[in-house]
Structure formats: structure tokens, C-alpha cells
Design a protein around this ligand. Structure first.
Ligand code: ADP
Ligand code: MN
Ligand code: MN
Ligand code: MN
Ligand code: MN
Length: 335
């Protein structure tokens, strides 16, 4: 008896990495071993020294194939065992370890857009649908496009045992969201990458493409973000820590860091319109969806809880954004 292990990894495409996967057949009972691939085909090596190493770091049941089959998320190493330069997980792990005593938790809201051909699902040929207003959390065939894919993806995430916590239709037709967390920094990032892979894979069977483009339709249409909700134990217990975290996130925000922190094209999305703050100005506020960082109203009432960094784009690397938030906030909270 054998089973199938689908090895997933994050490639070296710049500025926004893509997911790759391939299948290994394993004997029943065998643990998925270290494997390799052709890095010259994934922007991770030159042809003359093309081998790169896949090191399994997280695995779960494969809801697509079912049975005993598994998904195996890997990190990419060089043949000498050092992390490849595209391997941002290797940068997160030591920072998460260093601040583990503060018990940081993240919940990430992944927005995305379905496309069929050259336009979002639900956009009429050669034109535009009715303006935004009724689509967010809507119901009915006039407003909702792709729900069968979204429901299938949700089933798959639950079957895989991922910490998915909800889904909703978004402000633009064909645009949706799922949330992963609250989980520790490494867990939320690993599981978000697997949930993204499952989304692309599920939509593939419907002949539909998923994009994490932060501004898939120019003009008066909402962009797609990845609001990153964050707390430490101190923030879950008191308001001073909430304010300290909000203040710290405004420090040292240099324009050059933005792609790295929040994903490529952040200036196209963070315009100050469509429920965003301008990308080059920092602000925080209670209930304020026009601020960089929002304190949810319930958190102000309870005087404890979590904060929402609204800046990250849909195409953000969760290993990067969680590392930068933990590093910034936990350093400030330590003082
Ligand atoms: P909204 O759309 O109103 O911004 P959502 O309900 O989509 O909010 O997402 C809220 C997110 O906050 C969820 O991903 C949830 O996991 C996360 N969350 C809730 N409590 C905490 C917490 N204490 N620490 C970190 N994240 C949290
Ligand atoms: Mn080959
Ligand atoms: Mn949300
Ligand atoms: Mn949303
Ligand atoms: Mn949000």
C-alpha cells in the first residue's frame, strides 16, 4: 500500500512569490522525507547548479485526494543545508522563538478575487456591474459570484484541519475573504500558505483563476488586503499594552520597507480611499477603517483584546508581516 504526498513550496518569483507543488508516492507508514527540485525553473537557482532542497515543516490531510494522502508544506534550503534567500520562514522562526514568552497570536483576513478570462467573475463582458454597495456579505445571484468555489474551499480547509475561522463575500463582485487564526506566528503563516494553495487548487477545477492582486480593478473598486490582527498576552489582558503596540507600529515605517512589509503594489491600494489609510502616513484609531491600524470597538469597551493592522496587501508574505509585527510590538512591550 502506498499514499501520495503533495509537496508544497514557495518559489523565488520577485516581487511576489508563487506556490509550487509536486507529488511523491510513499510507502504506508513512511514519513515524508527531505526531497529536491529544479530551482532553475522557479527563480531559485541557476541551471548549472540547479538543485534545491525541500524540507518538510508542516503537514495535514490532503482534502483534494482524500484517504491517507497528505499535503506537505516545505521550506527551501540550499544543498549545504542553509536557508535559500527566498526562505522567509527561516527568518520568522527565530524571532517567534525569541518572543514566544509574550504568547503572540495572529488572525489574518485573506481577501482575493476570482477571474475568468480577463475580468473578475461577475463582471459583464465589455463593461462594469452596478457600483459597489450590495455585494459585501450579499446574497442572491445578482450579487454573488463563485460561492460554490468558496464553499468547497472552506470544506477543504476544515477537512485539512487548518485553523480557518470564517469566510465572507467582499465589497467588489467576485471578491471574497477567508480568515485564518488566531494562531501563533509560524502556525498562522504556514496555514495561510496552505489555505492559499487549496484556494488556487479548488478554483482550478472550476476553470476559475484566483488573484491576490491588491488592486485588480482600477478606479472606484475596493482593493484586496490581508488585514493582520495581532495580540500578545499583555494585550489580551490590558489596554496599556494595546496602545503601546499601536504606537510602536508607527515608528520607523520607511517607504522602502513597504513592499517587503505589506506586499507589492501597496501604494496602488493604500490611497486613503476605499477603507484605507494613505500608504505613507501612519494613524491608528478605534473603529476607524480609514486608519492604518484599527482598535476594534469591543476592544475599547473591554479595555483589552487585539489590534488590526489594515495595511498588508492580499499578496503579502505572512512570514514577513508576522515577523515585522512581532519584532516591532514585542520589542516595545518588553521595554
Ligand atoms: P473584520 O472584517 O471586522 O476586520 P474579521 O472577523 O474578518 O474582522 O477578522 C477578525 C480576525 O481577528 C479573525 O481572523 C480572528 O481570528 C482575529 N482575532 C480575534 N481575536 C484575536 C486575538 N486575540 N489576537 C489576534 N487575532 C485575533
Ligand atoms: Mn524533470
Ligand atoms: Mn474581515
Ligand atoms: Mn475584508
Ligand atoms: Mn478587517
Amino acid at each position: 500500500m502506498s499514499y501520495r504526498a503533495e509537496y508544497l513550496w514557495i518559489d523565488g518569483t520577485v516581487p511576489t512569490a508563487r506556490l509550487r507543488s509536486k507529488t511523491k508516492i510513499l510507502e504506508q507508514g513512511a514519513v515524508p522525507p527531505v526531497w529536491g527540485f529544479d530551482g532553475s525553473s522557479t527563480n531559485q537557482a541557476q541551471g548549472h547548479a540547479s538543485d534545491r532542497v525541500l524540507k518538510p515543516v508542516f503537514s495535514c490531510p490532503d482534502p483534494i485526494r482524500g484517504g491517507q494522502n497528505v499535503l506537505v508544506l516545505c521550506e527551501v534550503l540550499n544543498t549545504d543545508g542553509t536557508p535559500h534567500e527566498s526562505n522567509t520562514r527561516a527568518l520568522l522562526a527565530p524571532v517567534a522563538d525569541r518572543f514566544a514568552g509574550q504568547e503572540p497570536l495572529f488572525g489574518i483576513e485573506q481577501e482575493y478575487t476570482f477571474f475568468q478570462g480577463d475580468r473578475p467573475l461577475g463582471f459583464p463582458e465589455g463593461g462594469f456591474p452596478a457600483p459597489q454597495g450590495g455585494y459585501y456579505c450579499g446574497v442572491g445571484a445578482e450579487e454573488i459570484f463563485g460561492r460554490e468555489i468558496v464553499e468547497k474551499h472552506l470544506d477543504h480547509c476544515l477537512t485539512a484541519g487548518l485553523g480557518i475561522s470564517g469566510i465572507n463575500a467582499e465589497v467588489m463582485p467576485g471578491q471574497w475573504e477567508f480568515q485564518v487564526g488566531p494562531l501563533s506566528p509560524v502556525q498562522v503563516a504556514d496555514q495561510l500558505w496552505v489555505a492559499r494553495w487549496l484556494l488556487h487548487r479548488t478554483a482550478e477545477d472550476f476553470g476559475v483563476r484566483v488573484t491576490l492582486d491588491p488592486k485588480p480593478v482600477k478606479g472606484d473598486w475596493n482593493g484586496a488586503g490581508a488585514h493582520t490582527n495581532f495580540s500578545t498576552r499583555a494585550m489580551r489582558e490590558g489596554y496599556d499594552a494595546i496602545i503601546t503596540a499601536c504606537e510602536s507600529l508607527g515608528e520607523g515605517t520607511k517607504p522602502l520597507d513597504h513592499v517587503y512589509r505589506y506586499g507589492d503594489g501597496v501604494d496602488a491600494r493604500l490611497t486613503g480611499l476605499h477603507e484605507t489609510a494613505p500608504w505613507d502616513e501612519y494613524s491608528y484609531g478605534v473603529s476607524d477603517r480609514g486608519a492604518s491600524v484599527r482598535i476594534p470597538w469591543q476592544v475599547e469597551v473591554d479595555k483589552k483584546g487585539y489590534i488590526e493592522d489594515r495595511r498588508p496587501n492580499a499578496n503579502v508574505d505572512p512570514y514577513q508581516v508576522t515577523r515585522l509585527i512581532v519584532d516591532t510590538c514585542c520589542t516595545a512591550l518588553e521595554r
